[in-house]
Ligand binder design. Structure first.
Ligand code: CO
Ligand code: ZN
Length: 329
């Protein structure tokens, strides 16, 4: 588990730049699936054929990042967000471009109060003297991801991009599991979730599954002074009831809850007051697709130190494999 998840999190892949992470996943799963397609937007669709229902499992492979908007004559890079970037979380973090260039995010120190800290008052310092030198390394429009090593801390993992390489990892483990699947399974590694569920929209349209389950990280309420939320690390994978993009279809919610109970897998119920994920786009595709989400409670989402519990990950793989193997009428 540790080695594969480590490699997945460390792959470069901000939204719209998923080539590296996609190639890595292709190598990892190609021996285990019947069909492998990269669609026009870049979604990776892996199929394990079966006679039962058409089920789509989706995990986004893109991560948040920053995009260069302007290069100052002193060589500092101005930037905008790719996905949900917090100025506070970004300050003094390292970012890494596709060509390996690393920069540090600084800010205009004349800002009086930290509440005035906005991304347009920040810059990336790539260690050059002037614009000319910067342009030898970086162009306007280049995109960087955050730097954040993967490490194991007790029973927890911390890394950048656990949102959502963790979901990719869970799908890969289900693909590799020797479970006797009775359904027609589509494992979709989507692009551009962080920009508005874009890859999920097109892939769900072309597949038109009978049912869909997205796998993604979600918030917790288990750190000092955190907001009230009924999720804790280590209490089991979370079955989403509602977020801002979807109310889980009752059939899918019951399917997940009943399967967890049958298999004695711990689970928690999730209501997320802000945010959404791929299922939000999938369930309103074509005539409507009953959909839900299996979430992993995660601390410090969209920071380089996202943190999850190992047992929640293992139990998510067990629950998803059991659902994939179910016989439906
Ligand atoms: Co995210
Ligand atoms: Zn996500």
């Amino acid at each position: 588990m540790i080695e594969l998840l480590n490699k997945l999190t460390q792959c470069y892949g901000p939204s719209g730049n998923e080539e590296v992470i996609r190639e890595f996943i292709i190598k990892e799963i190609k021996e285990y699936v019947d069909e492998l397609v990269v669609d026009p937007l870049g979604n990776l669709i892996a199929r394990k054929k079966g006679n039962g229902k058409k089920i789509m499992f989706a995990a986004h492979m893109d991560e948040i990042g920053v995009i260069v908007t302007y290069i100052e004559k002193e060589g500092f890079l101005r930037f905008a967000n790719v996905g949900g970037i917090s100025p506070y979380f970004s300050l003094f973090q390292r970012v890494k471009f596709k060509n390996g260039t690393i920069g540090v995010i600084g800010y205009e120190e004349k800002i009086k109060e930290m509440k005035d800290l906005n991304i347009d008052k920040m810059y990336i310092d790539i260690g050059v003297k002037n614009r000319e030198d910067a342009e030898k390394l970086i162009n306007v429009g280049d995109v960087a991801c955050f730097v954040g090593d993967f490490y194991e801390n007790g029973n927890k993992f911390t890394s950048k991009a656990l949102d959502n390489r963790l979901g990719c990892y869970i799908l890969i483990e289900v693909i590799k599991s020797s479970a006797n699947f009775s359904n027609d399974l589509y494992f979709v590694f989507t692009v551009q979730e962080e920009l508005g569920l874009r890859g999920a929209k097109t892939s769900a349209f072309s597949i038109t599954p009978d049912y869909a389950i997205a796998v993604d990280v979600t918030d917790t309420g288990d750190t000092p002074g955190s907001k009230t939320m009924a999720l804790e690390l280590g209490k089991g994978p979370a079955i989403k009831v509602k977020d801002n993009s979807i109310i889980t279809h009752p059939f899918i919610k019951n399917l997940m809850v009943d399967t967890a109970k049958e298999k004695n897998i711990p689970y928690q119920l999730e209501v997320l007051e802000r945010g959404g994920t791929d299922a939000g786009a999938i369930h309103i595709t074509k005539g409507g697709i009953p959909s839900g989400v299996l979430s992993i409670a995660t601390r410090y989402i969209h920071s380089p130190c996202e943190t999850v519990d190992q047992d929640d990950v293992k139990n998510a793989v067990l629950l998803l494999s059991a659902i994939a193997s179910k016989k439906f009428n």
